[in-house]
Design a protein around this ligand. Structure first.
Ligand SMILES: Nc1ncnc2c1ncn2[C@@H]1O[C@H](COP(=O)(O)OP(=O)(O)OP(=O)(O)O)[C@@H](O)[C@H]1O
Length: 231
């Protein structure tokens, strides 16, 4: 899905956080939202994910203006097309790792209704192999972050909204997570990442400097032949 912001302004608590922001996040690409602390990366990510309203401008999905989508329509977008890995991770501490990934319960030891094979695969990919039955509340901060990534990957959504995905990870897991997102984009999803991590940024196809005009560039290790400069 193509996700675009056109001339959006967002004010929070009476203060303008985003002003006339323009960005285009294409399917099959991983787009980094970058800039100094407080420039509005998280705010832009939330706005593109229809979690926050805009004061001016438009949000478009595949060219359709969704700026004034009803709550019901936004919920449908989140349920059917989007996955989020946000800063609070959204982990349910009282539930198992398996439930947090698949959102399907196991009843008194019966087999899970979710896809077991896929569950094992994503836990392996996110460095949590064999941890299905553990209580999520017992995981460390970095493990919870990887659990949130596992959930997003399990869902196989068309659009992935990710806030600082490598913040609590060690070098090995960081490399793994970056590769996972790159694979996700390579399979055709739209991946939008707010990040300060230079390794993550250089793995992205496009980089958007939040708060600066005309500042989306194709970039990085995955740069495709023939694409370069501002878009
Ligand atoms: N709920 C809120 N209430 C008040 N101000 C807010 C709120 N959310 C964000 N802001 C303000 O909006 C500005 C941008 O915040 P945002 O979190 O989008 O920045 P960021 O670029 O993601 O920062 P960082 O890199 O530090 O995570 C900040 O000055 C912040 O204080």
């Amino acid at each position: 899905m193509l996700i675009q912001a056109k001339g959006i302004s967002v004010a929070i608590g009476g203060r303008t956080v985003l002003n006339d922001e323009n960005v285009r996040c294409s399917p099959g690409n991983m787009t980094a939202l970058v800039g100094p602390s407080g420039c509005g990366k998280t705010t832009l990510l939330h706005t593109l994910g229809l979690l926050l309203p805009v004061n001016e401008g438009q949000i478009l999905i595949d060219g359709k203006d969704v700026t004034n989508y009803s709550t019901k329509a936004r919920r449908k977008f989140w349920r059917d097309h989007a996955a989020f890995v946000l800063q609070d991770y959204g982990i349910m501490d009282e539930e198992s790792v398996a439930f947090n990934v698949t959102m399907k319960s196991s009843i008194l030891g019966r087999r899970m209704k979710g896809n077991q094979e896929r569950l094992s695969q994503v836990l392996e990919q996110t460095g949590l192999p064999g941890r299905e039955d553990e209580l999520a509340g017992h995981l460390s901060g970095g493990e919870k972050q990887r659990l949130a990534l596992a959930r997003a990957i399990y869902k196989d959504a068309s659009v992935l909204f990710v806030d600082e995905p490598t913040a609590s990870l060690d070098a090995t897991n960081r490399g793994k997570v970056i590769d996972l997102f790159a694979d996700f984009a390579a399979r055709g999803s739209t991946v939008i990442v707010s990040t300060h991590d230079s390794e993550m940024i250089s793995a992205c196809d496009a980089k958007h400097e939040v708060g600066l005009k005309n500042s989306t560039y194709h970039t990085g290790m995955r740069e495709k032949a023939g694409i370069g400069g501002a878009i």
